[in-house]
Ligand binder design. Structure first.
Ligand code: ATP
Length: 359
């Protein structure tokens, strides 16, 4: 089932939680809603589910306006961060619950329910836990059971709100891969909310980045990571180095230093912020060199194959901190040491004009 959200607006008193949101979720996709706490992800998910009313705008399910369709008829399955499985029911009864609650005419026979529950428990690879109670399960197992329970009513859409948020990092990682595999088998249109960028980039077909009730960018993980549309997206999707400067001909002037960059679409003198990820900066130790930004090495962390070099800006960038990721071998080849003055030279740079235009 495809989902379309059109010009959704949601206000809580004076506070605007969602500001004119329009999005398309094609049938069969796994989409992540990603953004910082409070940006409106859960509210949007609840509006799609029919658990919350928008003040303006529409939700279309397979092209049909869903506003008059009751939650129960939307054929939506939910999994929440703290999904309250019924404590007094076994895993089997928890998964069977939705089917047993169906109106008389639509309710499957107990034999059919039994087959379906076992099929679902096999799908989430927990068939052996059917007779346990929720208190006898690990957090990760509980969330897989919650997913089996959501799937039991054969939803056409799955909505997952931080489904792995309460679990420790290792279990989260395992479940993330598992969810991706499960989705590849079932192809149910799925939207999951997360504030963890790694989770979104690793699992989703497409990522919707939200901030302050607005959509900042939509794209494949590769698109949003490689080509962030706004400074917010750049900063949210990983470590980043910032250089504040002005456009000066074919370069960006940062204090006394110069960053070479194609800036033909920006006005001379425009105030800009240039972004480079740690792996997009190299270190130049030649004392005669004038390229890039002057900085002093503060600390070198070289435990594995890659090394992280932390630096403080000097000259034009005094007070700024930078982070460079290079191979440990390069640290040795260059003979880098703490306190050394070097220059940072970007291999790739993204320049945003201070008022929002990019170059
Ligand atoms: P988190 O990752 O912390 O769950 P979120 O992005 O899912 O955040 P929402 O839960 O959608 O954010 O909330 C968006 C904003 O709306 C928040 O500032 C929240 O305080 C506010 N909000 C949500 N529900 C209500 C409500 N019922 N009444 C008043 N304000 C609300």
């Amino acid at each position: 089932m495809s989902i379309q959200v059109k010009n959704i607006h949601k206000q809580f008193g004076d506070f605007t939680a969602l500001d004119d949101i329009s999005l398309d979720f094609p049938s069969g996709e796994l989409v992540a809603l990603l953004g910082p706490s409070g940006c409106g992800k859960t509210t949007l998910l609840r509006i799609i589910a029919g658990l919350e009313q928008a003040d303006a705008g529409q939700v279309l399910l397979d092209g049909e306006d869903a506003s008059s369709t009751h939650v129960r008829e939307r054929q939506v399955g939910f999994v929440f961060q703290h999904y309250a499985l019924f404590k007094h029911m076994t895993v089997f009864d928890n998964v069977a619950f939705g089917m047993r609650m169906k109106p008389r005419g639509q309710r499957p026979s107990e034999a059919k329910i039994r087959d379906k529950v076992h099929e679902l428990l096999k799908l989430v690879q927990l068939d052996w836990l059917a007779d346990r109670f929720p208190s006898q399960l690990s957090g990760g197992q509980r969330q897989r059971i919650a997913l089996a329970r959501a799937l039991a009513v054969e939803p056409r859409v799955l909505l997952l709100d931080e489904p792995f948020g309460a679990l420790d990092a290792k279990v989260r990682k395992e479940l993330r891969r598992w969810l991706r595999k499960l989705h590849d088998e079932l192809h149910i249109t799925s939207i999951f909310v997360t504030h963890d960028q790694e989770e979104a980039l690793e699992v989703a077909d497409r990522v919707v980045l939200m901030d302050h009730g607005k959509v900042e960018q939509i794209g494949t993980p590769e698109e949003v990571y490689r080509h962030p549309a706004t400074p917010f997206v750049y900063g949210f999707l990983g470590s980043v180095n910032l250089f504040h400067g002005r456009v000066d001909g074919e370069s960006v002037r940062v204090g006394d230093d110069t960053l070479a960059h194609q800036t033909s679409d920006l006005a001379h003198g425009a105030e800009v912020v240039a972004f480079a990820r740690p792996h997009e900066l190299d270190i130049d130790t030649d004392p005669a060199s004038t390229a890039g930004i002057a900085a002093r090495i503060n600390r070198i962390l070289a435990f594995g194959v890659t090394a992280r070099v932390e630096l403080d800006g000097i000259n034009g960038s005094t007070g700024q901190h930078f982070e460079v990721e290079i191979t440990r071998q390069r640290v040795l080849d260059l003979g880098l040491t703490d306190g050394q003055d070097v220059r940072l030279v970007p291999s790739r740079l993204k320049v945003f004009e201070k008022d929002g235009a990019t170059g």
